[in-house]
Design a protein around this ligand. Structure first.
Ligand SMILES: *Cc1c(COP(=O)(O)O)cnc(C)c1O
Length: 338
């Protein structure tokens, strides 16, 4: 379902059909009760419907359409072994009859499980390199495929560029429609942020739709800009402004528009701690809904902690965006033995 209130500039962009939209938005009554804080709602982008679902599917609707418009016959992307983005890209490629080449910033694992197992079912081809060489390796794979007469299309890590972000700008309109129909106001929108496209898109969509809720990305693995050569907040801002330009918006976002909470990095990316374990179990045992440990478990754990720190008033409403990673749970089962 395409939102008819969305600026006409979106309708002009090529888009393929990958996601089952709108994804459900509903209240988490027992989870809310267990925490005794604000009322918590959930937006189910784990149910986008493509090989396990997740947030990359919305981005890929615009990115794959661009690849097809450029007459590509194969996709190249990169991520970690348990990348939800690589899984959804492999599924999108299958759907549109494209080959999919996945560069992993790791050594081949001894066990085939979780997302990596699904990637194999989907027919993706794999390449291995050091994490810091992922982008370089994608270019090498592209050059080699060109040599063979192929027409490769490189998708950045996480599908995080202006086109990908537009998938999340449209989501804000979808959310606004659902909230209006249910007569609910949302004070905060909370989600996991990591490669930036989701947050950039939500920022653009929040401005265009005038939804008016505060958007907070919980950083999964990125540190504040003054602590790294890679300036994450500036990167997200850059994507937001690129997307705004692509949409013909006469508006420049600033750092104040990009709210990131860096307090839940724990022991690092993919290291499952008490916060993640509690969040996964609490949502499972109160609502029967699964979150994965790396992204949504961490972001939901952050929300639980913020509620306990009395950041929200009881009469406020919080919307948690489930970005879809429960397929990875099996690969982390040993982390739940403690
Ligand atoms: C990729 C991913 C995110 C982060 O989205 P970005 O657009 O990369 O910031 C959050 N949750 C899950 C499950 C993801 O796979």
């Amino acid at each position: 379902m395409l939102n008819n209130q969305f600026p006409g500039s979106v309708a002009k962009l090529p888009r393929v059909d990958l996601a089952l939209l709108p994804t459900p938005l509903h209240k988490l009554s027992r989870f809310t009760e267990a925490l005794g804080g604000p009322t918590i709602y959930i937006k189910r982008d784990d149910l986008t419907g493509l090989a396990g679902g997740g947030n990359k599917t919305r981005k890929l609707e615009f990115i794959v359409a661009d690849a097809l418009a450029q007459n590509a016959d194969c996709l190249i992307t990169a991520g970690g072994i348990q990348s939800n983005h690589c899984r959804q890209t492999a599924a999108a490629a299958a759907r549109y009859c494209l080959d999919c080449h996945v560069v992993f910033g790791a050594n081949p694992p001894s066990v085939v499980e979780g997302n990596y197992f699904i990637d194999q079912l989907l027919g993706a081809k794999f390449y291995w390199t050091e994490k810091r060489r992922r982008n370089e390796k994608m270019e090498e794979v592209a050059a080699a495929l060109h040599e063979q007469g192929k027409r490769p299309y490189v998708i950045p890590v996480g599908g995080s560029n202006a086109l990908g972000a537009i998938g999340y700008a449209t989501t804000m309109f979808e959310i606004k429609d659902q909230l209006r129909a249910a007569n609910i106001n949302i004070d905060y929108l909370i989600f996991a942020t990591s490669s930036g496209g989701t947050q950039a898109g939500l920022t653009v969509g929040g401005h265009l739709s005038k939804l008016g809720s505060k958007t907070i990305g919980v950083s999964i693995d990125q540190v504040p800009d003054d602590q790294s050569d890679f300036k994450y907040q500036a990167f997200v801002l850059g994507i937001a402004n690129d997307a705004a330009q692509l949409l013909g918006m006469d508006y420049m976002f600033t750092h104040n528009d990009i709210n990131i909470n860096y307090d839940y990095l724990g022991q690092g990316y993919g290291v499952v701690g008490d916060i993640e374990r509690e969040a996964v179990r609490l949502l499972a045992r109160t609502e029967g809904i699964l979150v994965g440990p790396v992204y949504t478990g961490r972001a939901l754990g952050a929300l639980i902690d913020l509620i306990r720190k009395d950041i929200f008033r009881k009469e406020e409403n919080v919307l948690f965006l489930h970005t879809g990673d429960d397929i990875a749970l099996h690969a982390y089962r040993k982390d739940f033995e403690v």
